[in-house]
Design a protein around this ligand. Structure first.
Ligand code: FES
Length: 131
């Protein structure tokens, strides 16, 4: 059976090329891992039983550290959303959109992510970014 989990809705997922990374069981809930896909470092998180993938590059410190950031949630318009805070200067980014919560002109690249047979796959880059 195939289980799908993506951080994007209404997306042409079939058109993406997918790269397998680690197994879902290797990803601790609430924490991230770093995967190298097509020469890009990608931070992958499992938060609240959802998967998110964003660039590992913190545009404020110019360091590849976001996979080691602290995840959490926040509420906007009554809706719960998920975020990661950089371990360096603590800037927080929305895990779904990559938007920096304190600097609206800064956004991480986000990636489509899904699971199949217990394995995590990363899709092509999804949005533009500050890096
Ligand atoms: S650069 Fe960090 S809060 Fe403005």
């Amino acid at each position: 059976m195939t289980q799908q989990s993506t951080s994007h809705v209404a997306s042409p997922l079939a058109d993406l090329s997918w790269t397998p990374i680690c197994r879902l069981s290797e990803l601790l809930p609430g924490s991230g891992v770093c995967a190298l896909v097509g020469g890009q470092q990608i931070a992958v998180f499992s938060v609240a039983e959802r998967l998110f993938a964003v660039s590992n590059f913190d545009p404020f410190t110019r360091a590849n550290v976001l996979s080691r950031g602290l995840t959490g949630s926040y509420t906007v318009h009554g809706q719960e959303r998920y975020k990661v805070a950089s371990p360096l200067l603590k800037h927080a980014f929305d895990l779904e959109t990559g938007q920096c919560l304190s600097h609206l002109d800064v956004q991480l690249t986000t990636y489509a992510v899904r699971t199949e047979d217990g394995r995590i796959f990363i899709g092509d880059a999804w949005t533009g970014s500050a890096d």
